[in-house]
Design a protein around this ligand. Structure first.
Ligand code: SAM
Length: 227
């Protein structure tokens, strides 16, 4: 998604994002379990530093803050000011003094500091316009032996069956209408190719890379360690 669209679409969506998470995605797609699994793959310890790329409204922050404790450091980066405003609200209402929120492009990761013990991204990198640069930067900001976990979709539609014929067309309309995705983001061939190339790079840049599939085969969680 082009940066202008990220700012516009997610700015408009920000106020409703957590409601959608609570009433739609979490109950039906068991999204919460996938967030916990992603943070778990980072093997965080007390005092660690961790970066959440495309942190949105900060739905991963409670898990990250708990994992690194008060002596750790959590940084969330997002390009949407609207999403960051919601994340800021979450940080303030919880009184987390060790969380920083940074406005910026995942393809540059400027202003986040580092290097980090770990970095993660949930359902954000797949729509980052310059995915190759974003993946390179995600590895760059890690310390040696730093861990990276990425949760995303591997395709924008199921391979076959009822889900492909009935559910996916409706879902795509909702995703377009809400601004979560643009038509380009939902182009399955393009999307799959981006991740094929992206994962090839990650398998070269990291060691101990593992991947598991989720969301009925259309999603993945990939994790690995910087040499
Ligand atoms: C579907 S939301 C996911 C938010 C959050 N990670 C979660 O799990 O709820 C995608 C997020 O990616 C952000 N995003 C998209 N492109 C970006 C970019 N180039 N740089 C930084 N953030 C970006 C959007 O602003 C949005 O907050």
């Amino acid at each position: 998604m082009q940066l202008d669209d990220v700012a516009k679409n997610y700015g408009a969506l920000a106020r409703f994002y957590d409601l959608g998470d609570r009433w739609l995605t979490r109950p039906f797609a068991r999204i919460g379990r996938l967030r916990v699994a992603s943070v778990g793959r980072l093997s965080l310890r007390e005092g660690d530093s961790v970066l959440d790329i495309g942190c949105g409204t900060g739905l991963n922050l409670p898990l990250l803050v708990e994992a690194v404790g008060p002596t750790g450091r959590v940084v969330g980066l997002d390009y949407s000011e609207g999403m960051l405003r919601e994340a800021r609200r979450r940080v303030e209402s919880n009184g987390w003094g060790n969380v920083e929120l940074v406005h910026g492009d995942a393809a540059l990761l400027e202003g986040v500091g580092g290097p980090f013990d770990a970095a993660m991204s949930t359902w954000a990198l797949g729509i980052v316009d310059d995915l190759p640069s974003a993946l390179e930067r995600a590895v760059d900001v890690l310390k040696p032996r730093g861990r990276l976990a990425i949760l995303d979709f591997r395709s924008t539609q199921a391979e076959r069956g009822l889900r492909r014929r009935l559910v996916d067309p409706v879902l795509h309309k909702v995703l377009l209408w809400s601004g979560i995705d643009t038509a380009e983001d939902l182009d399955n061939e393009r999307f799959q190719k981006r991740w094929e190339d992206g994962k090839r790079y990650l398998r070269e840049a990291l060691v101990d890379v593992e991947e598991e599939s989720n969301v009925g085969g259309t999603g993945f969680l990939l994790w690995g360690t910087k040499p």
